[in-house]
Design a protein around this ligand. Structure first.
Ligand code: MLC
Ligand code: AMP
Length: 503
């Protein structure tokens, strides 16, 4: 195949009038029409000077056109770099500069903020709005509806997805065509996706879950998607009767369970509910089954590895576990100190190897070496064990990470901002249980002697540099931070102390 990713996911649909995207306004976009848009965008990217292997960064709202940008990058051999729409200009600036993006596409409302960012990085700026208008579609209008697919090898890079790091610096995970394709093929088969599937898609498309897992699987299987701009409870309840399957983070399921309209009758025709990106409480699993008769299928993945494990489609879906390693994925539990493989039943760090595992972090060879072993095993930073029946259980994290509503938040990044505020001597940021988001952010401050920092000013400063979802939902002041004999802040003690803040 000349370009395995494009040919497998998209190319075979050229000229087909099969349904691909069902939109909230009642329109359905066919595969064929979608691919004409893709071809036009690919022509624009070439005209803008983007070469195969260049990076194209986007910070755009979810729309059929936004998805077409992803496909157009695949067709033109450009590396796709999607960014969370919540990121501030400061945050975007880092990603654009670090990746050396040739093109940045943003929402029209962000041009003032991102114009200087693009200019400083030497990137071309184009716009694409949620309603499909903007300078990119304007330029695409008179372009041909066919584009000669740029040849790429299976090992070539297809996407960069940035993940935050424990040092506060985000790392660009380099994903190859094989990483994405192998995983989509395995999952479509494992979860028995077919051409009759209609996936209710309410996830963002700037992360692995909504972009690769949901979209690529649907494309491989030949199904269609009800493509919603975001999670909207009323919309989901209205659309569920037309869907066969749904994927979400645990917050989706707890929100649905909080609504009386979500009952057995509404979903009795559904084939599959999948959960991932954050731990699904066993209690949510049980409540879901009691209410609907369906058992949620929980799986486990990461930006760097795509999906690693899954509960079985046929067979017992065990609450509190993430199932078995997927076909082709090796998983072992190791001792964090020695790296020795531990026997089943013992808790250690989870390591994975397979065609799903990324190539490394962009221009960070040392970080890559720390986490990706020479033999191909990736150290996930998650702690887990394999139970007597072979199911993998995640029991904690060996990395200082908070997962709020499926978004990853690295405390260090927030601590750096808090520590900079007048009157703040030092800070520790922790995650505490939250009924809606699973975990939420709490900032623990120690003030300078005699100082009384203004919480509103601190939050305003955080708003300047950090996306809203990273903001502490509460700031608390302590006389000092608990430390161990080595001087390391004992966040576990803080988490225990503030465990009940949102309960
Ligand atoms: C929104 N807000 C959040 C938030 N999402 N705050 C913390 N955590 C989040 N996840 C902010 C909003 O800006 C708003 O701020 C306030 O919280 C309430 O907003 P809301 O309207 O209730 O939130 P909503 O827009 O409905 O979004 C919640 C959500 C969304 C859960 C639907 O966050 C979401 O779609 N999450 C999915 C994330 C995801 O796809 N993760 C996959 C990563 S891939 P204000 O100003 O109003 O207070 C990965 C690998 C793998 O992890 O295994 O899949
Ligand atoms: P990200 O960096 O956004 O890709 O997030 C990956 C992290 O999400 C993993 O390392 C896990 O800590 C967490 N994660 C994903 N799926 C699950 C799950 N089913 N249960 C628990 N944690 C999960």
């Amino acid at each position: 195949m000349a370009n395995p990713l494009f040919d497998t996911l998209f190319g075979r649909y050229v000229g087909q009038d099969t349904a691909f995207l069902h939109l909230p306004d009642g329109r359905t976009i066919t595969h064929g029409a979608f691919l004409e848009q893709v071809a036009r965008f690919a022509h624009v990217f070439v005209e803008l000077g983007a070469q195969p292997g260049d990076r194209l960064a986007v910070q755009i709202e979810k729309s059929p056109e936004a998805l077409a940008v992803y496909a157009a990058c695949a067709q033109a051999g450009i590396i796709f770099l999607p960014l969370n729409t919540a990121y501030t200009a400061d945050e975007v600036s880092y990603f654009v500069a670090n990746s050396g993006a040739r093109v940045l596409i943003c929402d029209g409302s962000k041009v003032d903020a991102l114009g200087p960012v693009a200019e400083a990085a030497g990137a071309v700026l184009e716009t694409l709005n949620a309603d499909g208008t903007g300078t990119l579609p304007d330029k695409a209008e008179d372009k041909p509806a066919v584009f000669e697919t740029v040849p790429r090898a299976a090992g070539d890079l297809a996407a960069f997805l940035y993940t935050s790091g424990t040092t506060g610096r985000s790392k660009g995970a380099m994903l190859t065509q094989t990483n994405l394709l192998s995983n989509a093929e395995v999952l479509a088969d494992y979860w028995q996706f077919g051409s009759g599937d209609v996936l209710l898609h309410a996830l963002p498309i700037f992360h692995t879950h909504g972009l690769f897992v949901a979209t690529n699987i649907t494309l491989i299987a030949g199904g269609s998607m009800i493509f919603l701009p975001r999670f909207d409870l009323d919309r989901i309840i209205a659309d569920l009767p037309r869907a066969t399957s749904m994927m979400g983070v645990p917050t989706f399921y707890t929100r649905l369970l909080g609504d009386d309209r979500f009952d057995r009758e509404l979903v009795q025709h559904m084939r599959l509910f999948v959960s991932g990106s954050a731990p699904l409480l066993a209690e949510t699993h049980a409540r879901f089954e009691a209410r609907t008769g369906h058992r949620i299928l929980e799986r486990y993945g990461m930006t760097e590895t795509n999906m690693n494990t899954s509960n079985p489609y046929d067979g017992e879906r065990r609450a509190g576990t993430v199932g078995f390693p997927l076909p082709g994925v090796e998983l072992k539990i190791t001792d964090p100190g020695s790296g020795r493989t531990l026997p089943d039943g013992e808790v250690g760090q989870i390591e994975v190897r397979g065609p799903n595992v990324f190539r490394g972090y962009w221009q960070m060879p040392e970080k890559t070496r720390e986490e990706l072993r020479e033999d191909g095993f990736f150290i996930t930073g998650d702690l887990g064990m394999i139970d007597s029946r072979g199911y993998v259980q995640i029991v904690g994290r060996n990395k200082d990470l908070i997962i709020s509503g499926g978004y990853n938040i690295y405390p260090k990044e927030i601590e750096l901002v808090l520590d900079d505020q007048p009157g703040v001597l030092e800070s520790a940021v922790i995650g505490v249980p939250h009924p809606d988001f699973g975990e939420t952010v709490v900032g623990v401050l120690v003030t300078e002697p005699g100082a009384a920092p203004d919480p509103d000013a601190i939050m305003a400063a955080a708003g300047q540099s950090l996306a809203r979802f990273k903001h502490p939902r509460k700031l608390v002041v302590l006389p000092e931070l608990p430390r161990n004999a080595m001087g390391k802040v004992q966040k576990n003690l803080l988490r225990t102390q503030f465990d009940g803040l949102f309960k």
